[in-house]
Design a protein around this ligand. Structure first.
Ligand code: HGY
Ligand code: MN
Ligand code: MN
Length: 415
């Protein structure tokens, strides 16, 4: 049955939320514990309450908005995503999964549906790695993929801890982070609606992507220490230039991904910071943060080993001190086959063209899969663009995603 989705209302809310941003339109920047992040959270909780959902948040700021079902004792059906945004991002990444879930629930309410099981929207804290260099902080803690101690040991670029930033952002002294961990199978299922962040659906003229697998992300940090010195006075032989070593390492990352033996291996040096950063001073220090992903853990490991060996060889040859720090090394997630089939059926009921595919981006679903049966619904985004201000999905594409999500939630919450 087609749900009474009011796409104009949803689009207005996407636009309204996009305006709560550190960056100026059309870019969106909303980083964990920033004033914009706080304002967005307050705005969202208000939205949830306005449709009668009971709202709570946990010690790391995950927000839970529940539509109580007839049988409160049954494990709820969960959906959701994130609303934080990396610097100069777009307005759909994550947001479509949170506001789309709200619209799906409103449409189910307006269609007269009464859930047997409760339905719960989760807005996860810090899906993006911007603040601490590690993504999915909220879903890692919630699923047990990360210990509270590891979270408390994280430091922001400015050297601040999670606890210090929480207090600075005005959070009361919340209970222990250990209270964030949810028991296994607390949910009957988790289904996340998200833009594809890739070109496949648009290229193949498809409406929906039914995600079967989420690629395995890993990231790590190299710190390089050379000598530095005066750019004019220090002759070339014997220089210990940290930036040049870093540059060779970044090229080794590309080589490792290209020659891994698997077309799904992707390697990116997304952060490179040098000191002192003066035009007339030889870089004495370099920090690289590297993102390496693959659908195959074996070829990912091969690429990681290649990079580490190359870095050691480069720094030995250039007489640079090298420090290596893994940030995360996560397994891939396999989406629940029964949920995948259910999503597929809902796309057929809605006469939508759908295809099964792999998610190359990671999502909170990667960790929710540790907690309960999990799957994802993708909608196309223009040219596959994401993490850039011109990220775009049309109202019709978003409507299709919300229709499938609503149908799946109705099915799961009916028994
Ligand atoms: O990086 C990712 O895959 C996600 O968009 N945070
Ligand atoms: Mn993202
Ligand atoms: Mn996302």
């Amino acid at each position: 049955m087609t749900l009474p989705i009011r796409i104009a209302r949803l689009q207005d809310e996407i636009d309204e939320l996009a305006a709560i941003s550190e960056a100026h339109h059309p870019a969106v920047t909303r980083v964990l514990f920033s004033p914009e992040d706080q304002r967005a959270r307050t705005w969202l909780e208000e939205k949830f309450r306005s449709v009668g959902l009971s709202v709570r948040h946990d010690a790391v700021g995950n927000i839970f908005a529940r539509w109580e079902g007839l049988h409160l004792e049954l494990p709820a059906v969960a959906t959701g995503s994130h609303i934080d945004a990396i610097p100069n991002a777009g307005k759909y990444d994550g947001v479509v999964g949170v506001l789309g879930a709200l619209e799906a629930i409103r449409a189910l309410q307006e269609s007269g549906f009464q859930p047997v099981r409760s339905l719960e929207i989760i807005m996860f804290t810090s899906e993006e790695p911007t603040r601490f260099g590690l993504g999915c902080l909220g879903s890692r803690l919630l699923s047990g993929a990360m210990t509270p101690d590891r979270a408390l040991a994280l430091r922001s670029r400015e050297g601040l801890s999670l606890a210090e930033l929480k207090i600075e952002a005005g959070y009361p002294e919340d209970p222990e982070l250990a209270s964030v961990r949810l028991p296994q199978d607390i949910y009957r299922a988790f289904v996340e609606l998200h833009i594809e962040q890739g070109p496949t659906l648009e290229r193949d003229g498809l409406d929906i992507g039914v995600v079967e697998k989420i690629a395995a992300p890993s990231s790590f940090r190299f710190r390089l220490e050379g000598s530095g010195g005066h750019a004019g006075a220090v002759l070339m032989p014997g220089r210990r230039d940290a930036l040049l070593a870093a540059s060779e390492i970044a090229l080794a990352v590309e080589k490792a991904a290209l020659e891994s033996g698997c077309p799904d291996t992707v390697g990116t040096t997304g952060v490179l910071r040098i000191e002192p950063g003066a035009i007339n001073s030889i870089p004495c220090r370099a920090l690289l943060e590297i993102d390496l992903r693959d659908t195959n853990v074996k070829t990912r490991q091969g690429a990681l080993d290649f990079i580490r060996k190359a870095a050691e060889e480069i720094c030995l040859r250039r007489d640079i001190d090298l420090d290596y720090e893994p940030i995360n090394l996560d397994p891939p997630a396999i989406c629940d086959p029964q949920l995948v089939d259910l999503i597929q059926r809902e796309t057929e009921t809605a006469n939508l063209k759908a295809h099964r595919l792999i998610s190359r981006a990671y999502h909170d679903s990667l960790f929710m899969a540790l907690l309960c049966p999990t799957a994802m619904i993708f909608i196309p985004c223009r040219h596959g663009y994401s993490h850039r201000p011109d990220e775009y999905s049309s109202p019709e594409q978003i409507r299709a995603g919300v229709q499938v999500l609503g149908g799946v939630l109705r099915d799961l919450a009916s028994t």
